[in-house]
Each structure stands twice: as structure tokens, then as C-alpha cells.
Ligand binder design. Sequence first.
Ligand code: NAP
Length: 354
Amino acid sequence: MSTATRQSHPFGTHRVLHPPGSTPQSAWKIDNTPVPHDNEILCDVETLNIDSASFKQISDECSGDAAKISDHIRAIVRERGKQHNPVTGSGGMFIGRVAEVGPALRGKIDLEAGDRIASLVSLSLTPLHVEAITRVDVSTGRVWIEGKAILFASGLWAKLPADIDENVALAVLDVAGAPAQVRRLCKTGQTVVVIGADGKSGMLSCAQAKSRVGSTGTVVGIVPNADTAAARMICEAGYVDRLIVADARDALDVYEKISQAVPGLADVTINCVNVPGTELGSIVATKDEGVVYFFSMSTSFTAAALGAEGVGKDVTMIVGNGYAKGHADTALQTLRDHPQIHDHFHATYAAKKP
Ligand code: NAP
């Protein structure tokens, strides 16, 4: 039930509890009371897709035990009013059904009660009220809950597409910024290196990169292990021209292997890994005056800036904005255009329904 006089800031700053003056993302704690202000959207949440870097950190800390992971997530939300991992700083996104559109937004946005949506803003700023966690899938970072979330007037969301399984759509929309940015950054004939090429954002980035650079360009994937279904698929489908097995944290090994495969190094390097310590590997894989796109949430600004300076590399480094205009459509279309990736996502995520 909304309160007629509770219209508040479109960025959601009215929900900040601590520290005063911060924004919902930078705040330590926000108000997760599941009652919408006039310009908020209340959703019944069904599934959380925890950000990969965050889920890996939580899973490692809980020894991969689903019950402990569940308790850990509940503790974070209880303490912060949002699923904002204090170690990685990252969140994730949710799938749910719109329960109420605040009166100030009704008729002004293409959304009404009952619509099924995926949130496109991070859980690290989304007021979340968890009543129960009913299941944790450790292999995918997917968490089924009973609870409610609030989207602010400035929040982004996408209606779930009718032609794609919603669990698949959730996995794709979580990383929608990557293929959209790759599409902007890569040009015909270029050499592109994708680090973490067999992950969600990595596969979509390889497909986008290959379609942009064309037959005169080269896409090189870096994976820690070539013997995975995803690694085999990106090779067989031709999304990568070369696959290199390397630990991206080992910058020297990456440099040696990339210089052998593509002596001129990369015009563009896309970092899609979910572990810390891969900044320098990305920088040395890239040619002077090239571009490094850090999509990974494990990226350290300090390590990237000082690492590039330390090896005298004049590269343009881009922070992986989770949002790009039209990113949800681009990501879903990438899936539709590449049936092998669609099949892989389907096999991994659609089968994971409770
Ligand atoms: P994902 O599906 O878990 O993929 C991660 C990939 O990194 C996997 O292919 C993994 O290989 C690979 N990897 C792990 N350790 C590696 C190493 N030492 N060397 C080389 N590769 C390694 O993750 P995702 O969902 O695509 O997300 C990727 C990153 O993007 C994460 O950091 C996530 O937090 C971030 N992200 C950013 C945004 C944004 O807005 N910028 C939004 C969503 C997610 P294996 O599976 O074989 O171990």
C-alpha cells in the first residue's frame, strides 16, 4: 500500500540510512521497507542472480555449502537492506513480478502490476526484503527467494521476452553491458582478446567481437581450462579464431602466449573474469594505444593504473559500465543470432528451475 505523500528522489536517496548524504549504491545501509513511495515500483522477487565475482567470493567463504551461502546472503541483506557484497562491492539482479507501480509513475511508464520483469540495476543499490531463501544453486549463483524489492524512478528494468526462457534471460541480462560495449568498441579487421572467454559475458563478447571484426580480424579467447563445454563450443562455432589456456593472473604467461598467437598484440582486450589480479595480464595483452575494457567486477583501479604505468603501456582503459543504451536488446539479440550460445545457456540455466 503506497502513501500518497511519499514521493521522493528519483535516485532513491530518500532510502539511505547510513552514512547520511550517500547514494543507495555507496550507502552502507538502506531502508528496505517493502512499501513503495509514490515514485517507486514494488516487485515480488522470485530469483536473484548474484553477480559472479560476488557469488564466487561468498561460495569460497562458505566452502560451497548451499545452506551456509543462504545464511550468508540473508545476513548481508539484514545488515545492509540490499544484497551488496561488502568484499567485492558488487550485487547482481533479480527476476520478479510487479506488485505495485507508485501513483506518480502510473501511466508514465510501460509497466503495470502483474508484469514480469528483470531488474537492470544492481542489487547493490536495490532495497531488498527477504522473507525466505528457498534454494541456492551453487553451480550458477542463482538464488530463489520469497521477498520484495523496490525499483526507484531512475531504475532500469526489462520485461522478460516471450521467446527466451526466463532463467536464460536472467543470465544474459545480468551481463548485458558487455556485448553492447564490445559492439561499440570493435571494428573490422581488428585483433580482439577476450579474457574469461567461456563465461557468460565472455561467450557473448566473443560472438559480438567476431561479428564486428569479420573474417579479416582475429578473436583470441583466454580460458583457464580448454576442456569445458563452453570452451569447446566457442571454438567449434567459430566465435574465437584461437583459444589460449592461461591463468590471467599470470601476466608474463599471458604476454608470452598472446605475443606468439598474435605478435602485434590486441587492438582491444575485454576482461570478463570473476577473480581479482588480472589487470596486468589484460594490459600486456594489448598493443600500445589499444583499448582495455574491464567488465570484471574484480578490477582494481589502482592495479590497472599503476600496472599500465609500471610497464610503460599507453592504453585506454574503460570501466565496464553495466549500462549502455539498448544493452538489454543487444544482449538478447546476440543470443538469438547465435544458436550455439543460446543452446549452451539453455542447457546451463533453463534446466535449473526449482
Ligand atoms: P562467469 O560466467 O562466472 O565467467 C567468468 C569467467 O572467468 C569464466 O570463464 C572463468 O573460467 C574465467 N576465469 C576465472 N578465473 C580465471 C583465470 N584465473 N584466468 C582466466 N580466466 C578465468 O562470469 P560472468 O557472469 O560472465 O561475469 C564476469 C565478470 O563480469 C565478473 O567479474 C562479474 O562480476 C562482472 N560483471 C560486471 C558487470 C558490470 O556491470 N561491469 C555486470 C555483471 C557482471 P572457468 O569457468 O573455466 O573457471
